[in-house]
Ligand binder design. Structure first.
Ligand SMILES: *Cc1c(COP(=O)(O)O)cnc(C)c1O
Length: 396
């Protein structure tokens, strides 16, 4: 049996592995080079082995790795302060993944209400077509039967609406409701931007009914859309936000950020983690923040993002048999809806040296590292074009 059989087959993997990464490129052992426009699913946001991050991690690896949260961790304090200074938040809980960040968000919301004398308020209104993770609570919050099947009994306390259903939400709210959660850009659901007006309406409902508003920015946060956090485009502030994926640029880390008010219940021993916020990982987070908080960094992401949008728009116009015209997303979080099976396009792009991936609603999803330049966009467009030309020929 092949050695890969020793890995629990929870993923239908493509049969390739990479041994080296540099900037926007990945290399196989045999030296094949790929332009990486998926970034480990929005994780390696500064590309592979960014020199500043390598230096920070090397230095930290020689100094101190782990001490636990029994003690202050200076690099954790520093990262928390920087995230708060650059967001709506006042306090950060660091963990190790997006699902854990959402678990922390759920607990923070429930505890807020119990602290305020409303222990019955525990239900969270979530949105269909979202993705919040794979733990028992976060998959119940995601609410998609395909990923819940076989894992009964499901965690209770989640109601679901479609994006835009303001009236339905108002009808669902009872004294048991604690919060509303939404991804400002639905990533796995097909890179769907949520309307700013709808986010505003959610803020208003939360204020009116005393609920907390939670934004899941695990995928769309950390500069992906050309703002540090995607919700900044709408001007709406949440009470709690979850982060992960791009937060460590490739080291596993998540965070739950909250206002002081929303986090009022999260005192000593209410929540915890052995690994979360450890020095080695926090050195990477701080190094990443050094770069993406630079004056012009996010402006550049937005500008290359616009350039990418028009490149995709041109491709869609040139290949109307493969793609619908609308370019989805913002900044460097983009997608095109395919008219054939999206995975066929993904595989063909890979044959032509470009890594992209699928998402819901039959889209092909593009998540290049945020350090790319226009030349990388041109190169990607060339590769997509040659892939589609080949598919056109095969179809003829
Ligand atoms: C990936 C993702 C998660 C889950 O993150 P994990 O690190 O895989 O647990 C949660 N929410 C969103 C929006 C995501 O894209």
């Amino acid at each position: 049996m092949p050695d890969t059989d020793f890995v629990m087959p929870t993923y239908g993997r493509m049969d390739i592995s990479f041994s080296k990464g540099e900037g926007a490129y990945l290399y196989t052992d045999s030296g094949d080079k790929y332009l990486d426009f998926i970034s480990g699913i929005a994780v390696t946001n500064l590309g592979h082995c960014h020199p500043h991050m390598v230096k920070a991690l090397q230095k930290q690896a020689e100094t101190l790795w782990h001490t636990s949260n029994l003690y202050n961790v200076d690099l954790q304090t520093k990262a928390a302060k920087r995230l708060c200074e650059n967001s709506f938040g006042d306090q950060v809980f660091f963990c190790n993944s997006g699902a854990e960040a959402n678990e922390a968000a759920i607990k923070t919301a429930r505890k807020f209400h119990s602290e305020r004398g409303r222990p019955q308020a525990h239900r969270i209104i979530a949105h269909r077509n979202a993705f919040h993770g794979r733990t028992l609570a976060t998959l119940a919050m995601t609410g998609k039967s395909a990923i819940m099947e076989g894992f009964q009994p499901h965690v209770q306390g989640f109601d679901h609406v479609n994006v835009g259903e303001v009236d339905k939400i108002k009808k669902l709210i009872t004294p048991e409701t604690a919060a509303i959660i939404i991804e400002p850009v639905q990533g796995e659901g097909g890179v769907k931007l949520v309307d700013a007006d709808y986010l505003k309406a959610l803020r208003k409902i939360c204020d009116e009914f005393g609920l907390l508003l939670i934004f899941d920015e695990v995928q769309c946060g950390m500069g992906r859309t050309g703002k540090l956090f995607a919700h900044e485009w709408s001007g709406v502030k949440p009470d709690i936000m979850s982060l992960a994926k791009g937060l460590g640029g490739g080291v596993p880390v998540g965070a739950c950020i909250a206002t002081e008010d929303a986090a009022c219940g999260m005192g000593p021993s209410t929540h915890g983690t052995t690994f979360g916020g450890q020095p080695l990982v926090m050195s990477a987070v701080n190094a990443l923040l050094d770069i993406i908080l630079e004056e012009s960094f996010l402006q550049e992401v937005a500008s290359v993002g616009d350039y990418f949008e028009s490149a995709l728009s041109n491709l869609a116009a040139e290949f109307p048999e493969f793609f619908e015209a609308e370019v989805k997303g913002a900044g460097l979080m983009r997608a095109l809806k395919a008219k054939i099976t999206n995975m066929d396009i993904v595989k063909k792009c890979m044959d032509h040296g470009l890594l992209v991936f699928v998402a819901g609603d039959n889209v092909v999803r593009f998540l290049p590292p945020l350090i790319i330049e226009k030349a990388h966009v041109d190169e990607a467009a060339e590769k997509i074009k040659s892939a589609l030309l080949e598919m056109r020929q095969e179809a003829a």
